[in-house]
Design a protein around this ligand. Structure first.
Ligand code: UFG
Length: 352
């Protein structure tokens, strides 16, 4: 039986704590009473995010600029904070297309970084880990297998990025089996939206690959038009179906995962984190137009290579075991994403 820790003041290390999901999770952890130490290398984020997290929570936390590929620097985090009891591991590259161009960079950061982290945790007796995984591990799913459960087969990844998530899960499964380290892997569906305060949100690097930042940037005039990748899929309107989950709901799932590690003896557990609903790209566009009051300029283009036709989650396991369920609507997620884009534009205006 593992020791059960007092939740209040329990210290959690968050890697990638200035990133999109990481920053929202730091806020939720602080609001739930946890003590946080966060690290990030700011490759895909900025120091301003750290300040804004503190503005939202009204609480300080330790932040250290560290790259998880640097073993010594990572180890030093645990030396400085010997009271870390659990780690939530977000730090990773996440662009599918880029991973095809630069597979080694993805394996080095995502797989090598995870290895470094687990080694440092073990060297310092830290036995609880939450890992950011992805529904990409399920690959292309047949319509009759939806909603997809955690028991569905894991398939060959169709990108190096996807493979790093699959390898990450396999690696951690072996670690959990051979040691006292307990691990929860959360398989995210499509995280979207932003914090209600509009102080933190997604910061895409260059031209966005993902749908929602492309939609909001088009609506605000940064992009001429959205291309919808394919309108001849076998779905209700011909566009692809995804399970879009509000990032604040997703962040709360991590708080539940920490509670689970605290109160259960399972060595390794996997949970789908989605809403249980699938929406087409056209439905998302229509919902966005409704909540923003903006007409979106879009056109249909060819299918994007590697896109799965449709996927959405069964979230029963997370509901029954973690006691977690998505609470927010697609409309609310799009509303907050739009508010965030307006905030970014106001900042740009102020800096000009
Ligand atoms: N889409 C467009 N136009 C765009 C961008 C996206 O039509 O400009 C469509 C895509 O074809 C897809 C949907 O919008 O049907 C969602 O695309 P995203 O790129 O936002 O998200 P994906 O579902 O492709 O990818 C997400 C995560 C990945 C993860 C994958 C697993 O971003 O990290 O889910 O399926 F690997």
């Amino acid at each position: 039986m593992q020791p059960v820790f007092n939740l209040r003041n329990m210290k959690i290390l968050v890697t990638g704590g200035a990133g999109f999901i990481g920053s929202h999770t730091v806020v939720e952890l602080q609001q739930a009473g946890y003590d946080v130490v966060a690290i990030d290398n700011f490759e895909n984020s900025s120091p301003q995010v750290v300040d804004n997290i503190k503005k939202i929570s009204g609480k300080p936390f330790d932040f250290i600029k560290v790259d998880i590929r640097e073993k010594h620097a990572l180890n030093d985090v645990f030396v400085t904070h010997p009271d870390i009891k659990a780690v939530i591991h977000f730090a990773a590259y996440k662009a599918v297309g880029e991973s095809v161009e630069k597979p080694l960079a993805y394996y080095e950061n995502n797989v090598g970084g995870t290895l470094n982290l687990v080694e440092a945790m073990q060297a310092h007796g830290v036995q609880n880990l939450v890992f950011s995984s992805s529904c990409t591990v399920y690959g292309d799913v047949k319509a009759d297998a939806l909603p997809i459960t955690e028991n569905s087969p894991i398939v060959k990844a169709n990108s190096p990025y996807g493979n790093t998530k699959k390898i990450g899960e396999e690696l951690l499964f072996d670690v959990a089996k051979s040691s006292t380290t307990k691990i929860v892997a959360l398989r995210y569906f499509n995280p979207i939206g932003a914090h209600d305060s509009a102080l933190i949100g997604e910061l895409p690097n260059g031209v966005p690959n993902n749908l929602i930042p492309f939609v909001t940037q088009t609506a605000i005039g940064m992009r001429e038009k959205l291309t919808i990748f394919g309108n001849d899929y076998p779905t209700r309107d011909g566009s692809c179906i995804r399970d879009y989950i509000h990032v604040v709901d997703l962040a709360k799932a991590h708080v539940k995962a920490i509670e689970f590690l605290n109160t259960h003896t399972d060595q390794y557990a996997v949970f789908n984190i989605g809403t249980g609903n699938g929406n087409t790209v056209l439905e998302v566009v229509a919902a966005f137009e409704k909540v923003s009051g903006k007409k979106l300029n879009y056109a249909f283009g060819p299918r994007r290579e590697g896109d799965v036709v449709q996927i959405f989650a069964s979230c029963d396991k997370a509901a029954n075991i973690l006691g977690w369920k998505a609470e927010r609507t697609l409309d609310n997620a799009l509303e907050t994403a739009w508010k965030w884009e307006l905030h970014l534009q106001a900042l740009k205006g102020a800096n000009q």
